[in-house]
Design a protein around this ligand. Structure first.
Ligand code: ADP
Length: 382
């Protein structure tokens, strides 16, 4: 076992980039522990995403190396302005189930410039880094793919985003935890909705993808889910049609409804407001129409926001993180191993090439989960 990691052992650099996702810490712990104990190779943690690499590339390599080797593990983590940290066993203790990332993540505009990326590559080569692991979403993996084309560094991507919009993998890190959080939130809203004869409209994250909303709707038993349709924006008439089906349910004796709406739903005319508020206003207008049977029905919107990102990492995500870490290291250690991204495909962990085709047609996948949700929801009285 390595007692005090140094650059002489040719570390593997690991960065977390873009939006944080539960499971990033579990990945850092797994990759550090497996790499140290099984491969005797240190992990070089990069602080604050690509920004940490860019900051490090501005320092003199000799001074940087000296600083990082002097302040290892937790000491390096609390050392102000130290962009790189050689991780040791204690530095990843107690983090497996914690959301966020102890190394920090960030968005870094400078990294879009080829000359900045070239400086980063030169710095990593001078430090003798044997490979770079990039853990993040779509944008972060695009940055990693550019590095594969512009350098001879070994690069492994690890999908981590609660949006689940990476179509080459069934699941990204963070999705299962975010779905768990949404199920918890829906349960809380359901109690009050039932007590007061309310329609609760809850807006989920997920950017342009409806996957998170659809999975949460299936798992929580929400009555309705509204997700982005790439072909057609949502109109006022579409919203009225949804309200009409809720009214039919109420007429049949239903006491409440939980509606999930994804933040990325496009609307016509284009509106900047949160989707939950727009839908709630349309529903209110519908139910308060003259002669409508449910004037007193309360419509309450809520934007769930960043609570979906934080909190406890689910056991499924911790396990997926460990499986991704093991596969990433195996690929790096393989003498003829290449670049690629860890992916969960048909229950197996695979390394797929950057730019790999989707596991299945995205439209097919979203239709399948929408139909599943529709078959599960019922407007029979409770
Ligand atoms: P996510 O990885 O969660 O999708 P972003 O799309 O914000 O998050 O991307 C995170 C970071 O990845 C960006 O701030 C930038 O540093 C890097 N990145 C994204 N797209 C590119 C690109 N086309 N070229 C170079 N770097 C990129």
């Amino acid at each position: 076992m390595i007692q005090s990691p140094t650059f002489a052992d040719r570390p593997i650099a690991v960065i977390f980039s873009g939006g944080d996702a539960p499971g990033m810490n579990a990945f850092l712990r797994a990759v550090t522990r497996i790499s140290l104990s099984r491969h005797h190779t240190p992990i070089l943690g990069v602080r604050n995403g690509y920004g940490g690499l860019v900051e490090a590339s501005k320092l003199d390599t000799y001074d940087l190396q000296k600083l990082v080797e002097e302040r290892v593990g937790r000491w390096g983590m609390i050392s102000d302005g130290q962009p790189l940290v050689l991780m040791d066993q204690p530095s990843v203790s107690g983090i497996v189930g914690k959301g966020g990332t102890i190394l920090g993540t960030a968005r870094c505009l400078e990294f879009h410039k080829p000359e900045v990326r070239a400086r980063v590559v030169a710095m990593l080569e001078e430090l003798g880094v044997r490979a770079l692991i990039v853990c993040g979403g779509d944008g972060s993996l695009t940055g990693a793919e550019l590095l594969t084309k512009e350098s001879n560094l070994r690069i492994i991507g690890v999908p981590a985003t609660i949006d689940n919009d990476l179509e080459f993998t069934e699941m990204a890190l963070g999705v299962d935890s975010a779905v768990n959080t949404l199920v918890w939130a829906v349960d809380c809203f359901k109690d009050t909705a039932r007590a007061h004869r309310r329609v609760m409209i809850l807006e989920t994250m997920g950017r342009g993808s409806g996957e998170l909303a659809r999975l949460a709707a299936i798992a929580s038993g929400a009555e309705m889910v509204v997700t982005p349709d790439p072909k057609k924006p949502m109109t006022h008439a579409d919203m009225e049609a949804l309200a009409l089906s809720i009214e039919a349910g109420m007429k049949a004796g239903r006491s409440h409804a939980i509606v999930l709406i994804a933040e990325g739903v496009r609307m016509e005319p284009e509106i900047k407001r949160n989707r939950a508020y727009v839908l709630a206003d349309a529903f209110k207008e519908f139910f308060e129409r003259p002669g409508g049977p449910f004037h007193d029905l309360e419509i309450r919107p809520s934007v769930l926001g960043h609570l979906q990102r934080g909190g406890h990492t689910s056991p499924q995500d911790c396990i997926l993180a460990a499986r991704f870490a093991e596969a990433a290291l195996k690929e790096i250690m393989r003498p003829d191993g290449g670049n690629g991204i860890t992916a969960l495909r048909r229950g197996r962990i695979e390394i797929v090439p950057f730019g790999a085709p989707p596991l299945e047609d995205a439209e097919e996948r979203s239709n399948a989960s929408l139909h599943l949700h529709e078959s599960l929801s019922s407007w029979e009285p409770l």
